[in-house]
Ligand binder design. Structure first.
Ligand SMILES: C=C(O[C@H]1C=CC=C(C(=O)O)[C@@H]1O)C(=O)O
Ligand SMILES: [Mg+2]
Length: 506
């Protein structure tokens, strides 16, 4: 797009945004008084926004008047920016980096720093988090002429699989739930980059100091660099107790036959060590380039990273339109088209895999029907290909009833029988008592939401906890009555491959 056309589009965006009916809880400034500013020598800011000094001054005045901190957020459009270089640069800002790449659209978010953070740790964690979010967004001042998805005040993060899991090792750095509102958020969507700056201003803050810090950190984050970090070099990879794990699968099939439960997902762990501390930006880029149809995510917490490439959406909500995914039942990809087709057909007609899948569809249908109308679920699954394996897949579409939020649906769905089992409560207890590892955030909801409560959560499978020069990789499989421990072991080995391949190669 030419510069003149871009300017015109911006003018139009600004006019449109003034027409848009905005949530009463947000104070949107009159964009007419906006003047342009640029970041010296770095990515040019094409957008007309109020001067940052003015924004901070107003927010500070509010904070002083109210006697409490004021959250303020401003969105700019910038030159298309490489999210991996942004993520790499962000390591110099602080230790709150987050990353998200959608599985199905051109949509990437990379966050740096922390304007605010929400934590909850009770049985009621989703509800409490929603309450904290409602309070926070109601008090925010947002300057957003573009109104694009994933810009402005956005929270990114996740939840542990099981809030009642007591043993924390090796997840000490990851609280039960943590949603971060990044200080700086790069949002790339449909070939455009947006840059959100969000600050929490305290009554005692100094305007000039805050402005200086913001400009300095923006310049650092948007600095162009050809510095490409290397992928890690692996020293060792050790499977933890493979024989014990197979025995636990056998026990689970016996327990299922006895009617204790219908299905349970059992996971196992691979411990890996590296020559040097892992450069997460390099790993993310490799995952984005190699893992089609997958959500690529990373959350940094206390110096550790939780990172993964999961194909499984939990739920997405956009303007009350809900999409969920039933994904369970697995076979490898073939060496050539013929073998691939044969394996897919075998999976499609295999009663054991169909049963694994059916439990998921049944539970998601019930949960979605309780809070939605226009529920559409095809009668039979289709095949869903990933780079190295294929799944049975049934999409779910519905309209969310007014009054329900994305987090309400996360609460109802998590964990689906693709991660927990059937019945839900019994299987989570079974996992807590019988699985050898501590799940922490593995298989928990991971994702984001914005100030309109639009957003998306995936389930954090095919993932790794990275701690300096060490990592734990996780993968699980759905155990039903007819599961064969050896076959389930092979299935988890295939599921570990995408992460293993970017963490030192296969
Ligand atoms: C629990 C995992 O996968 C789930 C998702 C899709 C297919 C699955 C299966 O066929 O067993 C699992 O339910 C994992 O990869 O760690
Ligand atoms: Mg399976």
């Amino acid at each position: 797009m030419s510069q003149a056309k871009k300017e015109n589009k911006i003018e139009k965006d600004i006019r449109d945004s003034r027409k848009t009916k905005l949530d009463d809880s947000f104070i949107i400034k009159d964009f007419l008084e906006y003047v342009p500013y640029e970041l010296g020598g770095m990515n040019m800011l094409h957008t007309k926004v109020p001067q940052i000094e003015e924004i901070i001054e107003d927010a500070l005045a509010n904070a002083v008047r109210e006697g409490q901190p004021q959250l303020v957020s401003v969105v700019d459009r910038i030159d298309l920016t490489d999210p991996f270089i942004f993520f790499q640069n962000a390591a110099q800002v602080d230790q709150h980096r987050v990353f998200w790449r959608s599985a199905e659209e051109d949509f990437v978010m990379a966050g740096s720093g922390c304007a605010s953070q929400m934590f909850t740790a009770s049985q009621n964690r989703f509800h409490e988090l929603q309450k904290a979010w409602n309070d926070l967004r109601a008090k925010a001042i947002v300057y957003d002429p573009f109104e694009q998805k994933g810009t402005g005040v956005v929270a990114l993060g996740g939840f542990s699989f099981d809030s009642a899991e007591e043993e924390k090792t090796p997840w000490e750095s990851f609280p039960d739930s943590q949603m971060t509102i990044p200080a700086f958020l790069l949002t790339n969507r449909n070939g455009e980059s947006y840059f959100t700056t969000t600050v929490l201003i305290y009554p005692e803050d100094h305007e000039q100091q805050i402005v200086h810090q913001i400009l300095e950190q923006r310049a650092l984050l948007l600095k162009e660099s050809r510095d490409v970090p290397d992928l890690p070099e692996r020293l060792h990879a050790t499977e933890l107790n493979p024989e014990d794990w197979k025995a636990s699968v056998k026990r689970a099939t016996d327990d299922i036959k006895q009617g204790i439960l219908d299905k349970v997902v059992l996971a196992r762990e691979l411990r890996v060590t590296f020559k040097d501390p892992v450069q997460i930006a390099a790993v993310l880029r490799e995952l984005v380039n190699t893992q089609e149809n997958s959500y690529i995510f990373a959350v940094e917490s206390g110096g550790d990273y939780f990172i993964g490439a999961t194909p499984e959406r939990l739920v997405k909500v956009e303007d009350q339109q809900l999409v969920s995914t039933c994904l369970a039942g697995t076979t490898p990809r073939g060496k050539d088209a013929e073998e691939d087709h044969a394996l897919g057909q075998q999976l499609y007609h295999d009663p054991k895999n169909r049963q694994e899948h059916e439990f998921v569809v049944r539970m998601i249908r019930e949960a979605v029907e309780a809070c939605c109308y226009n529920v559409e679920i095809p009668k039979a699954p289709v095949l869903y290909p990933l780079s190295n394996l294929q799944h049975l897949y049934t999409p779910v579409r519905a309209t969310l009833e007014n009054g329900y939020t994305l987090l309400d649906v996360v609460e109802r769905l998590h964990p689906t029988p693709a991660l927990g089992g059937m019945p839900q409560k019994a299987s989570v207890t079974y996992i807590r008592e019988n699985e050898y590892l501590n799940r922490g955030w593995y298989a928990g909801p991971i994702g984001w939401f914005d100030r309109s409560n639009n957003g998306e959560f995936a389930v954090a499978i095919r993932s790794a906890l990275i701690q300096g020069k060490e990592a734990s990789l996780f993968a699980g499989c759905g155990v039903v009555e007819d599961s064969d421990p050896e076959a389930e072991y092979e299935e988890t080995a295939v599921k570990l491959k995408p992460m293993l391949s970017v963490l030192g190669g296969l």
